[in-house]
Design a protein around this ligand. Sequence first.
Ligand code: GLN
Length: 454
Amino acid sequence: EAFNANVAAAADLNAFIVTTPDAALAAADKVDADRAAGKPLGKMAGVPIGMKDLFATRGVQTTAASHILEGFRPEYESTVSQKLWDAGAGMLGKLNLDQFAMGSSNETSHFGNVISPWRRAGGDTAALAPGGSSGGSSAAVAARLCPAATGTDTGGSIRQPAAFTGISGIKPTYGRCSRWGIVAFASSLDQAGPMAHDVTDCAIMLESMAGFDPKDSTSLDLPVPDWSAALNADLRGKKVGIPREYRMDGTDAEILKSWDDGIAWLKDAGAEVVDISLPHTKAALPAYYIVAPAEASSNLARYDGVRYGLRDLPQGANLQEMYAATRAAGFGAEVRRRILLGTYVLSAGFYDAYYTQAMKVRALIARDFAQAFEQCDVILAPTTPTAAFALGENQDDPLAMYLNDVFSVPASLAGLPAMSVPAGLNSQGLPLGLQIIGRALDEQGVLNAGLAIE
Ligand code: GLN
């Protein structure tokens, strides 16, 4: 009954593209059988989770929220989802997202936008964005339709939706989670991670998602630490860096206030707070919006009407015309914009001016962080420049939408672990998130600082 009520609530939020209650029940039955047989149970035993519809799931439609993949039922399972099933989790369904994970509001989905379960205080009924691209994941967890969900983060898609909906989410170090079987957006940036109610749940779930996979050439061949067992909110002896370049114009005063609250909480936990500089911060957003579309334009070339899903074959069309018709019908406006941008910055004559330049900026951003981490152990910053905006508010202004990612893309470009944790409500009653960025492979430091804040 509770499950059916939740499915109805899910329909209101449009968080799920498909639900798979039988899969969740089968996983629960398997846990019961294993327990009865005295077999050891996995870390996620019996936990029903939502799966962002960017992860290939065997026999279950996998769309990346696009028309071009509608009806696509992979014959294989992504490494990360398989690891979760092996740990005893069960799949409740596939969660809505921005199309091909491109967006910050979940408004670019072919299956309609997700609605955040939050409303502004004072009777304002305006539907708010759950953030993106993992907006189905954030809404489903925030509305307690599931205790946890997978997300992916290329430039903030775990952290920003977590911040908008008052939940926690961590993007691990690039290479911790296998990208195999996840629909590729920008391969040098894409990382999977957990979205859940608290830091402990994120730590436990990440332990089941991470780990070496020979099928992903950038997968890190390292053991997975027992993060949850080592969680510790005592930050004595730790230094927290506050990057002065993140005090940007256009950042909401209440966000700045919550940042100050976070500084105070970390001091209370025993940390020493130091000023740091990340001088190339301003260049991160423009560099990201060159690198990510460039890689996307290459990755999305495979959707040609031959290999997957949709095929639009106008009468008498030749192969070239079939490609064009399929891609025009199958990709949404934002995806087409990214492909055009990416193709442009990679084209002969423009490559050096845009792509090479952006890659140089990316190296400088990584160097900024490396230098900053000589002075501190973790960095504290806001996750987003504003609280959740209303659906439709930024929809016709891609640049305004991109600006929402200003605080999340630097850690992505540098491949660093970064987490958003809830940091209270603003005067409109909406959640705000704080971001912790750590050294490469120091998820533990990030999680511990997150625990001190929550
Ligand atoms: N909002 C960013 C973009 O649209 C990040 C998306 C993501 O992390 N997948 O590219």
